[in-house]
Write a protein that binds this ligand. Structure first.
Ligand SMILES: Cc1cc2nc3c(=O)[nH]c(=O)nc-3n(C[C@H](O)[C@H](O)[C@H](O)COP(=O)(O)OP(=O)(O)OC[C@H]3O[C@@H](n4cnc5c(N)ncnc54)[C@H](O)[C@@H]3O)c2cc1C
Length: 390
């Protein structure tokens, strides 16, 4: 009945499924273990009508306009430039740390000189990493970088990753950039959007194709068999042209080399009166005990909401353990040298199976944003086409 099996309905699985059906005329069976499509982008309205992203706030931002055009095939997107704050030393400061933040945190006698230096040293630059401050030759710039590092980065990392900054890949810290100027947008990407009616609707539309069958509440591991002798992955005993797997690679291969570590999040929900919400949609709390940030979802809703309530969701990072009651979803891969080597072992092992195709942030053990996973899935799809009968 089907030509190809796809496991997972996040962006990687859903895009591949749609392209296979639409562009290659393939009949696709998509298996999703959760009760809904959309992977971590899944959102739903609560009883008040507030659309809540169940796996943390997701904001589309990209410099590639084709990604926006592609998503607009499946959803109405509304412009949304996220503006965030961070709560440091008892006051709200702009996030990303910009020149306003500098004025809030640096003593009055140093402000003017430091701003002039920053402008001169980083002339023509829009954003810079924290390392460019803490490793700078100029003492004033370095001191400012050190202060931010101590007050915000170090403490945030300790909670988010459960370790010190030196134990985590530098690329993770380089994601949170400093703004050289007064730009208040959290991200400096050109195109920032939110799907007006939510991500779930977008995914439902993407998967709405006569040649795609979606099976929810279906853990693929109950159906897949990896036969080492023939180098084949079977699904319920059938050999399909390809099995596209977007879940965790270590789980697929029975964790034979050990578990690939992830961080997970416990989300705490609190209902407040709407006038007692947050000062902006997302606030980060680097100095708070246990939690990292809070989101007020009605601020990122683009559909009318008739309630005087608001919902604040607080994120408590926890260790990922698929068997635990709390923290059983893999959110962020813990990128460091040891884990990258462990991942490579799994890749090597997976290459033994000729009809197995890995795609997405869990199968590739990568910290992909949505725009990056969309772009990479398009590239992967071109590779996939060389492996199937067209
Ligand atoms: C807290 C958080 C906030 C984020 N915020 C942003 C943001 O603001 N902007 C941004 O661009 N990116 C954000 N991201 C990143 C974004 O979530 C990823 O880019 C995206 O999820 C990648 O899609 P994917 O398809 O690779 O993986 P996923 O979305 O994880 O999809 C994988 C799917 O496979 C399914 N699956 C796994 N194993 C099996 C199995 N055995 N059987 C059946 N199904 C299975 C899972 O249930 C899941 O539905 C955020 C991520 C997190 C964790």
């Amino acid at each position: 009945m089907y030509d190809i099996v796809v496991v997972g309905s996040g962006f990687s699985g859903s895009i591949i499924a749609r392209k296979l059906a639409e562009e290659c005329g393939k009949k696709v069976l998509l298996l999703e273990q959760r009760s809904h499509v959309g992977g971590n982008m899944y959102d739903e309205r609560d009883e008040r009508g507030i659309l809540i992203h169940k796996h943390g706030p997701h904001l589309i931002s990209t410099n590639r306009y084709w990604i926006i055009e592609y998503l607009e095939r499946y959803a109405e997107l509304v412009p949304h430039n996220a503006k965030l704050l961070s709560f440091i030393d008892g006051k709200y400061v702009r996030l990303p740390f910009n020149f306003t933040t500098l004025q809030q945190l640096v003593s009055p006698e140093k402000v003017e000189g430091l701003l002039a230096k920053m402008r001169e040293v980083f002339a023509g630059r829009d954003r810079v990493s924290i390392f460019e401050l803490v490793e700078h030759a100029d003492t004033d710039i370095r001191d400012y970088g050190d202060m931010l590092f101590k007050k915000a980065y170090k403490t945030y990392i300790a909670k988010q990753w459960g370790c010190s900054p030196s134990e985590i890949d530098r690329s993770v810290l380089e994601r949170a950039l400093m703004c050289i100027g007064y730009d208040e947008r959290y991200l400096n990407k050109d195109f920032q959007r939110l799907p007006k009616y939510g991500f779930t609707k977008l995914f439902e539309n993407m998967l709405d194709h006569p040649d795609i069958t979606v099976k929810l509440n279906c853990n693929a591991f109950r159906h897949l068999t990896l036969d080492e002798s023939s180098g084949t992955v079977f699904c319920d005993g059938v050999k399909y042209q390809q099995v596209i797997f977007t879940g965790a690679i270590d789980e697929l291969l029975s964790e034979k080399f050990g578990r690939l570590p992830y961080r997970s999040i416990y989300f705490h929900y609190e209902v407040r009166r709407a006038n007692d919400g947050l000062p902006c949609e997302i606030v980060s709390y680097p100095q708070a005990e246990g939690y990292t940030r809070r989101t007020e979802y009605r601020r990122i809703n683009y559909i009318p909401i008739e309630t005087d309530d608001t919902v604040i969701v607080t994120e408590y990072p926890v260790i990922y353990d698929k068997d635990a009651e709390i923290g059983n979803l893999p959110y962020y891969p813990v990128l460091n040298v040891a884990n990258t080597l462990l991942y490579q072992k799994y890749v090597h092992e997976a290459q033994k199976y000729s009809n197995l195709f890995l795609c997405g942030r869990l199968a590739e053990y990568k910290y992909y944003n949505m725009d990056a996973v969309i772009e990479s899935t398009f590239e992967k799809f071109n590779l996939l086409k060389t492996k199937i009968d067209l």
